[in-house]
Design a binder for this molecule. Structure first.
Ligand SMILES: [Zn+2]
Length: 354
């Protein structure tokens, strides 16, 4: 039993819904301290996302170079990733999205924790905030845009007292609005049985029961749970997750696109639509051109992921890679490395010589 990759049982999404990925490498990822991405490199990242088959990406449209990059991506006329915009909850920002011919969808920032409303937005009451959010969404809908509501800081917000009633009003305006669960400070948890405001499974279930059709997670990694929270979203009925390549982003970054991809493609049924063979090359590109240092032991794309040095492991891998490799390197465009070090045995030396 279980002596080859093909024999390993695959998982199934319990609700069987169709699932998509959206990328924020060029939005949240580009907000990573110390990172500036040139227009030509943004296009290259777009190209990698296209090769993988990522369905959507989001962009800021605030500067000349933002516009230039968006225009160039739209002009490629690719089926994927769809280029979408991002706006704060005001008509002026939404006008910037509307001015970009070819963009059909925008995210709208809806900051819903009390600290965000009072201190960041400087509003006195939740009612004032609600009015602002609903007006912005209505404006986007009236101008023909598809919408996403980015419910910022939801894992520190009053879900029953404010968020869910607001969500009902949002879907009254746009029943197809994608409700984005933004775990902005990484407080979300992927486990069953965790109540408000932290539990992602319960939050997704509640949204479904309110009548939300499209649910997306956007999770930060401050407590190391981001990718687990993305997957928990899918597991309980979300149909989107928004992530960044290598987990780039503010502070500890975001849910890692490459980890979620590998998990879905290799371990869950029905995800052959994604092609992971350029992931290693994509990571090398980010190191070389964007200046991101990829840790050697980083899952999926780290230099050591298929490197073997100890005597026991190398002897095993030489006999049959299945013994110590969880999936074939080719899947992610990686290469196996058999190395000689102070823990190597005679087997590896013989192998190298031969
Ligand atoms: Zn974020």
């Amino acid at each position: 039993m279980y002596e080859s990759y093909e024999e390993l049982p695959k998982l199934r999404l319990p609700l069987g819904q169709e699932v998509f990925l959206s990328d924020s490498t060029l939005r949240d990822g580009a907000q990573m301290p110390g990172v500036v991405i040139k227009v030509k490199d943004r296009l290259k990242i777009f190209e990698y996302l296209h090769r993988i088959g990522i369905e959507k990406l989001e962009l800021f449209l605030f500067t000349k170079s933002d516009e230039e990059a968006a225009r160039a991506m739209l002009d490629q006329n690719c089926l994927c990733p769809e280029v979408t915009g991002w706006a704060r909850a005001n008509p002026k920002d939404i006008d910037l999205v509307l001015a970009m011919d070819g963009i059909k969808e925008t995210g709208i920032l809806i900051s819903i924790s009390d600290v965000q409303i009072r201190t960041k937005l400087g509003l006195k009451t939740r009612e004032e905030a609600e009015e602002k959010f609903l007006t912005a969404l209505q404006y986007a809908v009236d101008h023909g845009l598809k919408t996403r509501a980015h419910l910022e800081d939801i894992t520190r917000a009053d879900l029953n007292g404010f968020v869910y009633p607001l969500v009902k009003k949002l879907i009254d305006i746009d029943p197809d609005c994608i409700m984005r669960i933004c775990d902005t400070l990484g407080f979300g948890l992927p486990f069953e049985g965790i109540g408000n405001p932290y539990g992602i499974p319960e939050m997704v279930r509640n949204m479904l029961s309110i009548g939300v059709k499209n649910i997306e997670t956007h999770t930060h990694d401050d407590f190391g749970m981001a990718t687990a929270n993305s997957l928990a979203g899918y597991w309980h009925g979300a149909n989107w997750s928004n992530m960044t390549f290598l987990g780039m982003g503010e502070r500890a970054g975001n849910s890692e696109l490459e980890k979620a991809l590998l998990f879905l493609v290799q371990r869950v049924e029905g995800f052959q639509k994604y092609d992971l063979s350029c992931l290693s090359e994509f990571a090398e590109f980010m190191e070389e051109h964007i200046g991101i240092r990829v840790p050697r032991n980083k899952a999926v794309v780290g230099r050591n992921v298929f490197a073997h040095e100890s005597g026991i492991h190398t002897a095993g891998v030489i006999k049959n890679p299945f013994i110590y490799e969880p999936y074939p390197p080719e899947l992610v465009g990686g290469r196996r490395k058999i190395m000689i070090g102070n823990t190597s045995g005679t087997e590896v030396v013989r192998f190298k010589v031969e």
